[in-house]
Design a protein around this ligand. Structure first.
Ligand code: DGL
Length: 285
């Protein structure tokens, strides 16, 4: 066989799209998705944006979340990402349906994968969801779960204190356990067999949550199913990278040093230097 045939065979077998995957959240918690990317798609490069100047998102109205999502996604697109993971349930619930039509990039939220993972995990169809007040009010988890499992009984609980606790680096404090006990009591009373961590901050509280709900309840972190979805999409669209083309980058709209300190504590490992992107720059995007 001649050289050009040989070459085309090699290219098809080893697709390389070295552009990074954009991941964003209101703060540190998109890192629960990044750590799944590191585990399962280690050859992909990540461009992370944490909107720490405007966290928390959970109590904000939908129009504001849509504006923030548009700004951040435009910025990530300008930075040359090939796909964006909306690693925030509140944004996935309140803004994704609307803004995804405006972007010519593949977008993956965490809410639909979270709903899918819950329906796979439950035996009884009684599913608890803990999330921000915005996500709970939107009813998006109920809709997404019932679209897959019409008879599901979904119990949702808003937990407004948890995001500020995680952002302050106090995930392992007695204050966190007290808040969790209070929020989880009404959900457990309803006899759920599955609990969705419907806010990307909550997997950082998973040890305490498991201690409270006990071994009989499956605790679902949507990050795993999200990364499965991303992996399938990258392969289907021919966008996967077979080898890492550079380091990950972390950016925040607030204080980079504070972000790095909390991120390293939560992840238990070092992260590359964190850069600051001023809100004014973001608002120009
Ligand atoms: N971690 C995000 C979520 O999944 C946002 C939390 C917030 O900023 O209130 O909903």
């Amino acid at each position: 066989r001649n050289d050009s045939e040989h070459c085309s065979v090699v290219l098809e077998a080893t697709p390389v799209d070295g552009r990074p995957i954009g991941v964003f959240d209101s703060g540190v918690s998109g890192l629960t998705v990044v750590r799944e990317l590191w585990r399962r798609l280690a050859s992909e490069r990540v461009l992370y944006f944490g909107d720490t100047a405007r966290v928390p998102y959970g109590g904000r109205p939908a129009f504001e979340i849509e504006t923030f999502a548009r700004q951040i996604m435009s910025y990530l697109r300008e930075r040359g990402v090939k796909l964006i993971i909306v690693a925030c349930n509140t944004t996935s619930a309140l803004a994704l349906d609307k803004v995804e039509r405006e972007f010519d990039l593949p977008l993956v939220g965490v809410l639909r994968p979270g709903a899918r993972a819950a329906t796979k995990a439950t035996h009884t169809g009684k599913i608890g969801v803990i999330a921000t007040e915005g996500t709970v009010r939107s009813g998006a988890y109920e809709r997404a779960i019932r679209a897959l499992m019409p008879h599901a009984d979904v119990v949702s609980q808003g937990c407004p204190l948890l995001v500020p606790i995680v952002e302050a680096g106090r995930a392992d404090s007695p204050e966190a356990m007290n808040a969790l006990r209070e929020y989880l009591a009404p959900v457990m009373e309803r006899g759920v067999d599955t609990l969705v961590l419907g806010c990307t901050h909550y997997p950082f509280l998973a040890d305490g949550i498991r201690r409270i709900v006990g071994p009989g309840v499956a605790v679902v972190d949507p990050a795993g199913e999200t990364v499965e979805t991303v992996s399938a999409l990258l392969n289907d669209l021919g966008l996967a990278s077979s080898s890492r083309t550079g380091p990950d980058e972390f950016m925040v709209s607030g204080d980079p040093a504070g972000f790095a300190r909390v991120a390293e504590k939560l992840l238990g490992s070092r992260i590359p230097p964190v850069a600051r992107v001023a809100l004014a720059e973001l608002q120009r995007s």
